[in-house]
Design a protein around this ligand. Structure first.
Ligand code: SF4
Length: 355
């Protein structure tokens, strides 16, 4: 069940006959029917969490109306469909009643939220209304798009204490040539302007981005621009990947995948090496600071937690050494002073109230 079987149902059925049945991405009603059960609309916001009980991913829309040349997501998931705001808020209230404190708000393209349903960008309003719900401690935004970025969102992130000073915004590239070929509808100047504005208006914001190397016809000059961008902006978090052609996309139909694989990999390594150095420096700059940390789990000799600047699974964690005098609870927040930074993660000590 999922994207792959949604797109390649016939092919998979032929190639893997041992599988009884494949289901598409949104085919849960048929799945339930085949299991002798039925779907009850009245329970639509109730969920079984597959994350630790204190955080949840909250999907606010499906699909995407952008037309990025390399991307197969609109082909797989279709047009952008926003969930009604009241339904999302009901789900948040339900999850809070189940003990969820932290919400990772996700969508293929967050900033488009509401345009289909309410005829305007409604992400800032949704986040404000979520922030008003008692028990919502952290709201984190994943996958914003840089063009037509809603100004009001900057104010909401800045002013609401339970909205994490964190933004995951996929930028993909910085060279105007590549951005135009990618059909990203944003320029280099606009991208620099947005990032600087976010940093100026939201002190301490941590920005995560994703970049792509080896897009068709990316020249050495384009790549040099990208490296310069990464060095200048010093992203708090950055992921990168090498272009690979996706069947049915605009790129696959109109461009030649003409950057040799070894060049793509070399560029990827170079870019990541720059970021590794930056990440290490940014990690060290946190030594001595006190952060509010939520404990996710216990692993060996450590409690493993995160600050508001860290999303689960993808970002650095804060490790706190266990000892018999320290009893921390999973899903609770503690003030933690950072004492060292290694490779990716931070190490800290809980600041005891009377110390
Ligand atoms: S890259 Fe993101 S914004 Fe662009 S089409 Fe794909 S999902 Fe939409």
């Amino acid at each position: 069940m999922g994207c792959l079987s949604e797109r390649y149902l016939k092919e998979l059925s032929i190639e893997i006959p041992q599988v009884d049945k494949f289901y598409g991405k949104f085919d849960w009603k048929n799945l339930l029917q085949d299991l002798g059960k039925s779907y009850d609309e009245r329970l639509h916001i109730e969920r079984v969490l597959t994350t630790p009980a204190h955080y949840a991913y909250l999907k606010i829309s499906e699909g995407c109306n952008r037309t990025c040349a390399y991307c197969a997501i609109p082909i797989i998931t279709g047009h952008h469909i926003s969930r009604p705001m009241e339904e999302i808020l009901d789900e948040v209230r339900y999850l809070v009643s189940q003990g969820v404190k932290e919400f990772q708000v996700i969508a293929q393209e967050l900033t488009y939220y509401g345009i289909d349903l309410y005829k305007k960008q409604m992400l800032p309003d949704l986040i404000e209304r979520m922030a008003d719900i008692p028990g919502v401690e952290w709201i984190r935004l994943h996958y914003a798009y840089p063009a037509h970025f809603p100004e009001k969102l900057i104010k909401v992130i800045r002013e609401r204490p339970n909205v994490c000073k964190y933004l995951d915004i996929a930028l993909q590239h910085i060279s105007d040539n590549v951005l135009a070929q990618m059909q990203r509808h944003v320029t280099k100047a606009e991208t620099y302007h947005l990032i600087r504005k976010l940093r100026e208006e939201i002190p301490d914001i941590h920005i995560r981005t994703t970049l792509m190397v080896g897009f068709p016809s990316e020249t050495e000059e384009d790549f040099e621009e990208l490296k310069k961008f990464v060095r200048e902006i010093r992203f708090d978090r950055m992921g990168a990947f090498a272009y690979s052609e996706e069947e049915g996309t605009y790129s696959a139909q109109h461009y030649i995948d003409n950057i040799p694989q070894e060049v793509k990999e070399k560029r990827l390594d170079e870019l990541m090496a720059i970021q590794t150095q930056i990440s290490a420096e940014l990690g060290k700059s946190k030594i001595g600071k006190q952060l509010k940390v939520i404990i996710d789990r216990i692993e060996g000799d450590y409690y493993i937690g995160r600050s508001e600047f860290d999303s689960p699974e993808v970002d650095p964690e804060v490790l706190i050494e266990r000892n018999e005098n320290l009893q921390l609870q999973i899903g609770h927040f503690y003030p933690v002073k950072i004492v060292s930074a290694e490779d990716f993660d931070l190490y800290g000590n809980v600041v005891l109230e009377n110390s």
